[in-house]
Write a protein that binds this ligand. Structure first.
Ligand SMILES: [Zn+2]
Length: 275
């Protein structure tokens, strides 16, 4: 109880506008070195949200188990690991960075929890044309976690005290709300600034792979645009279009000099067939 109260007190201080640095000072830090806005908080919150998300999709029979889909995961892991190993992540070793497939061909979406648990809907893979596009969307999601956008979004949306109770395992209702929000079931939107930054990092990450065409994420948005406004991919409901994002991604990729990489599509086509 004391731990919980002191944590909430620290949360209140943070809300009152003290800088994150001040909260990190030993005097203001709650017990057990668990600091508000700390990377450990992302990891702890991410573990809770991932557990909730797993249960949610397991209950619907949609969480694809690694044991029974070994080859599909081998192919997907290949893409994820290339992007993760691009050399520009801050928390490559700190976050667990696991990826799970959700069997839902009608949903063109992917998302990442704080602390780096990635989820990919089968509908997204089937929607895309090539591996660089998938890498681009994954890079965008990885950036939201690694740049800690998701934690900041959740803090703004729900308040630090509320999040603290979730991290402590004391607010199942809010946990479910967060999992649904990140998954796009309910609307939890990133800001334009976070969207632009995630797009930018997607190109930087893909450039660092020395493998993928680093405007891959633009391919997704071009396809989404062609699909028209009548039936937009779910990804756009949680990742609003910050204007000229296609052009911004392509400009950034051109300035990095990494647009024309051609990657064999046989692994990607095989992954599609397995889903
Ligand atoms: Zn986004």
């Amino acid at each position: 109880m004391f731990r919980s109260l002191s944590f909430l007190a620290a949360s209140a201080l943070a809300v009152a506008g003290l800088t994150a640095a001040a909260v990190h000072q030993p005097a203001a830090a709650p017990a057990q070195g668990f600091n508000i806005f700390s990377v450990d908080q992302d990891v702890a919150l991410g573990a809770q949200v991932a557990h909730q998300t797993d249960s949610m999709y397991q209950a619907k029979g949609q969480l694809m188990a690694r044991g029974s889909h070994a080859r599909a995961y081998q192919l997907l892991d290949g893409v994820v690991n290339r992007v993760l190993d691009n050399g520009n992540l801050k928390y490559r070793t700190k976050f667990p960075w696991d990826v799970k497939l959700i069997k839902d061909d009608a949903t063109q979406n992917a998302f990442a929890t704080p602390g780096g648990h990635i989820y990919v809907f089968t509908g997204l893979v089937k929607f895309l044309d090539n591996e660089s596009q998938l890498a681009g969307v994954l890079g965008h999601e990885i950036a939201h976690a690694d740049r800690r956008h998701s934690t900041q979004l959740l803090q703004r949306q729900y308040g630090v005290g509320m999040l603290a109770s979730v991290v402590l395992g004391k607010n199942q209702g809010m946990l479910a709300q967060i999992a649904n929000g990140l998954a796009g079931v309910t609307s939890l939107k990133f800001s334009r600034t976070f969207e632009q930054e995630a797009d930018k990092y997607s190109t930087v990450y893909l450039n660092g792979t020395r493998y993928y065409a680093c405007d891959g994420a633009a391919g997704f948005f071009i396809k989404a645009e062609k699909q028209g406004s009548g039936n937009p991919p779910e990804f756009l409901s949680t990742h609003p279009n910050p204007g000229s994002r296609i052009q911004a991604i392509q400009n950034n990729a051109r300035s990095l000099g990494c647009t024309g990489r051609s990657v064999s599509n046989s692994n990607f086509e095989e992954l599609k067939r397995l889903l």
